[in-house]
Design a binder for this molecule. Sequence first.
Ligand SMILES: [Cu+2]
Length: 187
Amino acid sequence: MTRIRVLAIGAVLVLLAAAFAAATQAGRSHGDKGRSAKIAIRDDCDPSDPTWATVGGCTLKRGDVTLAEFLGELDSPLAASVIGHQAWRNDPSYLEVKAGSSIRVKNVGGRAHTFTEVAAFGGGKAANPALNEGLTTAPECPGSLDVAPGDSIKLSGLAVGNHRFMCCIHPWMRALVKVKEHSGKKH
Ligand SMILES: [Cu+2]
């Protein structure tokens, strides 16, 4: 009886391993196809810094940037407009896709962001003027939709050409998406 049970468990394990291998294979091929069509919205807020809670919180499990550090990186003595902490960025910030592709944009950071298409890069919607220093508000930003930490959006139906996306909260977080003709040759 015990032996039969061991054999049965063994058979189940073999089946599970086969199913897992098949799923991994499927995931890999899907991942390859989708790899060039994913953008991660990143930040690195430090959840152990309680001051983040005063400005909306930080949902990351691990992060290394305190609010004080973030604010210290907003500007540079050599620039007239906001620079911004470089851990707050879109990854990649330049992406080429073929026409008809969709792009999944996921907020893997611990703060709210937006991924808003704009005709021209400019300032955002944050109430804190330091986040938009020296920038003219992009007209698409007021009323733009926040992407909460862990949430994702899907972009599809983008016309051939260049598309500019920015975070309307942290306007230095930009991305340029180049949509190429489906038959276009790679050069
Ligand atoms: Cu942002």
